[in-house]
Design a protein around this ligand. Sequence first.
Ligand code: NAD
Length: 448
Amino acid sequence: MPRVTVIGTGYLGLTHAVCLADLGHEVMAIDVDAEKIAMAANGEAPFFEPGLEPLLRKNLDAGRLRFSLSFAEAGAFGEVHFLCVGTPEDESGRADLSAVYAAAEALAPHLTSPCLIVGKSTVPVGTARQVMTRMRAIAPAGHEVDLAWNPEFLREGFAVQDSLAPDRIVLGVTSDSAEATLRAVYRGPLEAGSPLLLMDLETAELVKVAANAFLATKISFINAMAEVCEQSGADVIPLAEALGYDARIGRRFLSPGLGYGGGCLPKDIRGFRATAADLGVSSLESLLATVDEINLGRRERVVGLAREAAGGVLAGCRVAVLGVAFKPDSDDVRDSPSLAVCDRLVAEGAVVSVHDPVAMPSAARKRPGLRYAPSVSDAAEGADLVLHLTEWSDYRAIDPAALARVVARRVIIDARCCLDAALWRGAGWTVRVLGRPQPAGFHDHEDP
Ligand SMILES: NC(=O)c1ccc[n+]([C@@H]2O[C@H](COP(=O)([O-])OP(=O)(O)OC[C@H]3O[C@@H](n4cnc5c(N)ncnc54)[C@H](O)[C@@H]3O)[C@@H](O)[C@H]2O)c1
């Protein structure tokens, strides 16, 4: 089996490295971040991902997984090199490819021959060929350097299972030997039934952004329906359920709420929009602009409802925020809708107290000025308003009668549309749910 390196040990790269080791490969993972490498080498995942840390330790102990800061060591070690570095949004909304090119160019002089570079980062169409040209120009003369693109579809919160048993393996290849090498790397999942899709480099690059564009469109579609429901008195929950029974539509990604966030969808949608503009495909450009606009509009809607709940002025209003991760089962707060709402509340003078089961340390690094509460009841102590902004299962288990005893006013906005509103109303709460009819405004359950 080929020896493998993984360049970049973030959410994607560390999971990929650990799972390849678990599939039996000899793996070296490298990064430019010395702290991350020290933690990973010590068996600690630098971020929260269910099931990852035990698997990291298991494979370190088995001697199949090692970590390094050295591109020279990576070049000497591996025959297959996965590029998993970040591609964040730049000021123009495009994908910033500087880490991809920096990693490729740092590795190139140390490559052995023959070797295969495999891009996994999400990139604009056309990037793979640029990477290949740059690496071949730097690699030692006469070396055979092949390149493939293998976009990643893992979901944070399910990253380990998605990596060990992917729902599809997409390979953009230009040679039979690249295909054969990657079939060997993914032999385990392929034998277990993961479908393999072979295509050219450009199509493989596009599959990833097209998939994310479709998912974001589906989310924004149901959130636009939520807006229609709010204006018309209809109820988006049974609407979504009824739509979802249509097998052509399906229920998944049809949950109304505060919209998408995180390190992928928002930047990938904006990046793809910029690509569409560059390619002159104005219809896609305007579709994705609208998807983004609807998504950001839900954050505004929650701030507007909070203001309404506070009687028109948020200044001095004590707000308890439940959930700051962009989604449950993750500590990722990149482009977190909840943090964006918190920023707006603070800007309008609200006193915000935040709780999250795991994401408070990562949120505190980004927003050190917020108050972080060790428990839900601590966050809600004396609150005039509670906002449910990330749908952790812990929050569905809250006893509304118990929480009623610590707040100043029993008012909650469920921006994720998944609390049991009848239960909360039964405990004396005024409950406002995005996209659902509201019985009688915010003041129907005044405190005794
Ligand atoms: N996070 C996900 O769920 C997910 C899923 C599918 C695809 N992706 C894509 O995977 C890529 C990585 O995303 P992520 O979430 O893991 O990002 P991340 O920010 O968590 O990790 C990126 C890592 O790359 C490292 N890095 C930066 N420059 C480097 C260099 N020159 N050499 C070596 N390492 C370098 C950083 O230190 C960091 O550890 C992105 O293109 C993203 O769109 C992410």
